[in-house]
Design a protein around this ligand. Structure first.
Ligand code: ADP
Ligand code: MG
Length: 461
């Protein structure tokens, strides 16, 4: 058996190796090992791999290795199906680029004002990450020039086609140089993807990393229910029995997802909903609070959760079986990422026989009914989120940085540094997680203090 390959053999720039070390990425994941040497040679690629396999770093390292930070026109463009995914990809690129100077990564998605993006573009950005609709709009209004592009990435290409972005994709690709490098990532390979690939890639290498989860990385459990009315009760019992610090519960419909979230909230669980009926801002805030541990449970529908890197999820519960095995795989892929063992529970009813058969056949799963956790688990205390989120009215536009917030919180009469969790800063707001125990003091301290010499408005989210 050969040793797991490390990043050091790739000839990466020292700054990138430095970032990898900071991130504690020691070994390449299989998709990275198979695709990176080829990507770094400048070749086209078509890759299929399960969610959570490390695709983002695979293409991001390729983009950053080739980047010329002295030039300010866009050199690389990553197209993503949703704004959430684009934000995450941009974040990963920024993390990997943190040791390189003068790299500007810009996200271009809908749901935020066009003008601000246009002026950022005018100012210069080498790497763009965005959704096809908004990118096309910039091209049409001539606020974006892709004539100097050297690299194009299509992330979750199948999803972009499903969402009706085909025309936008073609229009964008039309405006990029023919001699660009193109990398296409997709979880599935329907005909439409094959056609797209044939049309936009040149002599690509195809890489496929096993679609089925490794038994050691993911334990899947299946629980039968007899009646519809049992569903919520069973989800609750699983939550109480396992006491996970982070859980994503999947429902097939927005209404049911919201109903479950409401009921769990009434009963004292730290829960948030994530689905398409919520406004973009509410979705962003739900994710932010789940990621910074201000909530332990996220009840989500597939579209809203797809592609998201909520890597630390301990447990996935399929309150309803997904409509097809690919979607099932995506859901359970939220847990057990990058080498950590995962835990997935799926409920099924007598009406799900066909879905079960598909899971057995297509994913090679061994499905046997398991007994539910005892009823008495319901008397255990509910596990609460350890953190709460404070929202600060002021962000990048006001030149507020994480250090300023940390300083204001921990200064004289403030709270201890280890009471402060994730700090996230958007254009006009900032969010900081603090422990519940320190939250009142934190609110007071920030409310009485100043940031960048100005008084600040702050409240609990
Ligand atoms: P995908 O796009 O394939 O669904 P991501 O790129 O979002 O997966 O990666 C999933 C998680 O794995 C992320 O949290 C990322 O930080 C982590 N990760 C990626 N590459 C490595 C690595 N080589 N070692 C450790 N963790 C990694
Ligand atoms: Mg991804």
């Amino acid at each position: 058996m050969t040793a797991t390959p490390t990043f050091t053999e790739l000839g990466l720039a020292p700054a990138l190796l430095n970032s990898l070390q900071h991130l504690n990425y020691q070994h390449m994941t299989p998709i990275q090992a198979q695709s990176l040497p080829w990507i770094l040679q400048g070749n086209d690629l078509i890759a299929q791999a399960k969610t959570g396999s490390g695709k983002t770093a695979a293409f991001s390292l390729g983009l950053l290795q080739r980047l010329q930070s002295s030039r300010s026109k866009p050199q690389a463009l990553v197209l993503c199906p949703t704004r959430e995914l684009a934000e995450q990809v941009a974040q990963e690129i920024r993390r990997l680029a943190s040791s390189i100077e003068n790299v500007k990564v810009l996200t271009l998605c809908g749901g935020v004002p066009f003008r601000g993006q246009a002026s950022s573009l005018e100012y210069g950005a080498q790497i763009l990450v965005g959704t096809p609709g908004r990118i096309e709009e910039h091209l049409n209004r001539e606020t974006l020039d892709l004539s100097q592009l050297t690299q194009l990435v299509l992330d979750e290409a199948d999803r972009m086609l499903e969402m009706g972005f085909e025309a936008a994709l073609n229009a964008i690709i039309e405006r990029t140089p023919k001699n660009r490098q193109t990398l296409l990532f997709s979880a599935t390979f329907p005909k439409a993807i094959e056609q797209l690939a044939a049309h936009i890639l040149r002599q690509p290498k195809s890489v496929k990393v096993d679609a089925v989860h490794d038994e050691h990385q993911l334990r899947q459990h299946f629980y039968p229910i007899e009646e519809e009315s049992e569903r919520i009760e069973v989800v609750k019992r699983l939550l109480m029995a396992h006491q996970p610090r982070s859980t994503v519960v999947f429902y097939n419909t927005k209404i049911e997802a919201q109903q479950l979230a409401n009921q769990l909230a009434r009963e004292g669980f730290s829960v948030l909903a994530l689905h398409g009926d919520l406004e973009q801002r509410e979705r962003d805030q739900a994710l932010l609070q789940f990621a910074n541990r201000s909530a332990t449970i996220l009840v989500a529908t597939d579209v809203a959760a797809r592609g998201l890197d909520i890597a630390a999820v301990e447990v996935v519960i399929n309150a309803q079986l997904a409509h097809d095995p690919e979607v099932h795989l995506h859901r359970v892929g939220r847990t057990g990422r990058a080498g950590k063992q995962g835990f997935a529970c799926s409920l099924y009813s007598p009406r799900d026989q066909f879905k079960l058969q598909q899971l057995r056949e297509q994913l090679n799963l061994d499905i046997t009914a398991e007994a539910l956790p005892e009823k008495n688990v319901l008397f255990q205390p509910i596990i609460k989120a350890p953190m709460v989120t404070l929202q600060i009215e002021g962000g990048k536009k006001q030149k507020i940085r994480a250090g300023d917030i940390l300083g204001a919180l921990t200064g004289e009469g403030g709270i201890a540094g280890d009471q402060v969790g994730k700090i996230q800063i958007t254009d006009i707001r900032a969010f900081v997680a603090v422990t519940k125990a320190a939250s009142k003091q934190a609110l007071q301290k920030l409310g009485q203090g100043t940031l960048k010499g100005k008084r600040i408005r702050v409240r609990f989210l």
